[in-house]
Each structure stands twice: as structure tokens, then as C-alpha cells.
Design a protein around this ligand. Structure first.
Ligand SMILES: *Cc1c(COP(=O)(O)O)cnc(C)c1O
Length: 358
């Protein structure tokens, strides 16, 4: 049976990425050795790292003066590494979910943190509005989480503030064009929208580094990784390879603008069904905050007891990974770049058929 993978992360990859990785595991780049066993210093792997970094620059239109890195430790290590390198006195954090709260908690170890706005009062079911105008002067940076994976909310523009932005884009990087020049640093765990787990993409503006006065441990200093082309220590070779293959796939279908159109259509199809189906409702309060990547929905109160049955019904049709995060309940369909319109239609058909069966 054809599977439709709606897992939140690690998550779906395009078939071509899986196939090339499979081939590389047997024979990497004609070396006669497996991707699992080659040296990261071999010229073939150095080319993988260089090409992946260059493709990020090309696809996201990264201006000169920025470095692209593939690090380890996940987005979670960035929660601490970022303030270690950039927080001298005071930073602003926008609290839009559990990941955003975790980032904020780590920053407090390094300096003062101003919570610019929070949507915690209503279980993060919306994106706070109007906070940009009230950002106090003199902050080192403003940190945002562009897509809230657990709650299905998304900031779909690049906010304008009186300092530079730092952004966790783990679950929506490469889903739409962004204005990188507004950001001092962007980071994303690879396992949602770029590749598989083990690598973290970091895009950092060089001139902002080296300004904090505290000593920074070597491996936590972005400069170390820039100077060593992400090879200060052994990188996550397999994960970086999957990133390269995904980036090549995005380029081959027409780049970010094509991906954005596809994502819009997938989201429109799924939210359309949620809004029109008798049994279901969305959990995000207003349509403009709805994520194009993680679609959260539940059964209407009078049908709540049918939720487990629907999960089984959908699974029998190949729809995997639909159970919502425990803090929201219901369902979450993660429709990252590699999830197809066909996958989404399998889900909406299951929703229609389940409705008819009741
Ligand atoms: C998944 C996720 C994280 C955590 O990523 P790790 O790579 O597991 O540390 C952080 N932020 C967001 C927005 C996420 O979706």
C-alpha cells in the first residue's frame, strides 16, 4: 500500500533523496566505498558539504557577508549557542510555543531577556500581533520562531524591528522566500524540511560575530565552524548528504517559488476540507496564522469520541503520523515540502469517507 507520511520530524523526504542516499550507502560517488564509511575529509565528501552550502545560498538568495554551516546538536543546541555568541546585555524573545519558550529559557543564562509578546494565554493558538512597534530600543537581537510545529501557527512574513532578527526556522525553512538581510542568524534542525536528523543548518552574518566579551568554548563559537567550513570536527556525513539531495530536488523542480505554490495548494486543500467537513475543526484561531507546514485539527466537541477511530481509519488508507501532539490533542498533518498534493488528497478523501460512514 502507498504510504502517506505526515510525521512531524523526522519526516517525509522526496523519493529521489531516499534513492540517491540508498545508492550512496552502497557506492558513494564512484569511490567504491559506502557513504557510511568514507572520510569526511575525502574530496568527494568535501564537495557534498560545499555544494550543500552553496545551494542554500542560491535557493534562499543569501546576500554576501553570510556564512552557511551544517552543525550538530539539533535546533536545541542553537537555543544556547546563539545567546552564547550574541547576547551581551539584553535580547527580546517572542513566545509563540514550547520551542520558543525553550529558546528563551536558555537565553536567560546569558543576559536579560524581554518577552516581547506571548500567546501562552490561549495555548499558543495564535500569533501575537502588533508587537514589532513595541520592541524596546537597545536590544542585542530579537528572536522569533517562524513556525510553531506543535500548534500549527506560522509567521509568514519577515518582521521589521529596530535591531536584527534571530530565527528558529526548523519547521518551515525553504517553504517560502525570505529576506535573509533582516536576519543576523537563522537556524533549522534538518529533520523537518531539509533532510534527516543529525544536521542543523545555520546561516549567520559574519560581521555580527566576535562582539560579546565572554569567552566562548571553541566548539560553541560560530567562528570556529566558519573558519573550518563546518569540518572543525566530524560532521554528520549521512545527514548532510540527505540535505544536499533535498536541496538539489528543490532546485530541480523550480526552486523556492515553485515550492511555495505547491505548499499553498496543499494547505488550501487540507484547510478547505477541515472547514467544510461536518466532523472536524481547526485549532488555530484565525486563518492568517495557520501554518502551511503543520496543520492541526480536532473533531468537533460532539464527535470527540471518534478521534481514535478516525486515526485507525486513516491509517488503514496509508496515512501515517497523524496523531496530534499531546499538548494540543486531535490530529496534526505535517505537510512539509516533500509531502505531495496526492498525499494530502489521500487524507482529505479519508476525512470525506469517514464523514459519510457516520
Ligand atoms: C523540532 C523543533 C526543534 C527541536 O529540534 P531538535 O533538532 O530536535 O533540537 C526546535 N524548534 C522547532 C521550531 C522545532 O520544530
Amino acid at each position: 500500500m502507498k504510504k502517506h507520511n505526515f510525521n512531524a520530524g523526522p519526516s517525509e523526504l522526496n523519493e529521489s533523496v531516499i534513492r540517491s542516499t540508498e545508492e550512496a550507502v552502497r557506492d558513494f560517488s564512484g569511490t567504491g566505498l559506502s557513504l557510511l564509511t568514507i572520510s569526511h575529509r575525502s574530496k568527494e565528501f568535501v564537495a557534498v558539504m560545499d555544494n550543500a552550502c552553496n545551494l542554500v545560498k542560491e535557493l534562499l538568495n543569501v546576500p554576501s557577508g553570510y556564512s552557511v554551516l551544517f552543525l550538530q546538536g539539533g535546533a536545541s543546541l542553537q537555543f544556547c549557542m546563539l545567546p552564547y555568541n550574541f547576547l551581551q546585555t539584553k535580547a527580546g524573545y517572542l513566545n509563540t510555543g514550547v520551542w520558543a519558550s525553550k529558546a528563551q529559557k536558555e537565553a536567560k543564562l546569558f543576559g536579560d531577556v524581554v518577552e516581547l509578546a506571548s500567546s501562552k494565554d490561549r495555548n499558543f493558538a495564535y500569533i501575537p500581533k502588533g508587537w514589532e512597534a513595541n520592541v524596546p530600543a537597545g536590544l542585542d537581537y530579537v528572536h522569533i520562531t517562524t513556525n510553531n510545529t506543535i500548534y500549527g501557527t506560522q509567521i509568514k512574513n519577515d518582521p521589521s524591528v529596530n535591531t536584527w532578527l534571530a530565527a528558529d526556522m526548523s519547521s518551515d525553512i525553504l517553504c517560502r522566500p525570505i529576506d535573509v538581510s533582516k536576519y543576523g542568524i537563522i537556524y533549522a534542525g534538518a529533520q523537518k524540511n531539509i533532510g534527516t536528523s543529525g544536521a542543523t543548518l545555520v546561516i549567520v552574518k559574519d560581521e555580527l560575530l566576535g562582539k560579546v566579551t565572554r569567552p566562548i568554548p571553541t566548539i560553541l563559537n560560530y567562528k570556529t565552524h566558519i573558519e573550518n567550513d563546518s569540518m572543525f570536527n566530524t560532521p554528520s556525513t549521512v545527514a548532510v548528504y540527505t540535505c544536499l539531495k533535498s536541496l538539489e530536488w528543490v532546485k530541480s523542480i523550480g526552486g523556492i517559488s515553485t515550492i511555495q505554490k505547491l505548499n499553498d495548494e496543499k494547505a488550501k486543500t487540507l484547510y478547505g476540507e477541515i472547514d467544510s467537513n461536518r466532523l472536524f475543526k481547526g485549532t488555530v484561531e484565525v486563518a492568517e496564522d495557520r501554518s502551511l507546514m503543520n496543520v492541526c485539527f480536532v473533531m468537533k466537541d460532539e464527535y470527540k469520541d471518534l478521534e481514535d477511530e478516525f486515526l485507525k481509519f486513516a491509517k488503514a488508507r496509508g496515512c501515517e503520523g497523524l496523531k496530534g501532539h499531546r499538548s494540543v490533542g486531535g490530529f496534526r498533518a505535517s505537510i512539509y515540502n516533500a509531502v505531495t498534493l496526492e498525499d494530502v488528497k489521500a487524507l482529505t478523501q479519508a476525512m470525506k469517507d469517514f464523514d459519510k460512514s457516520k
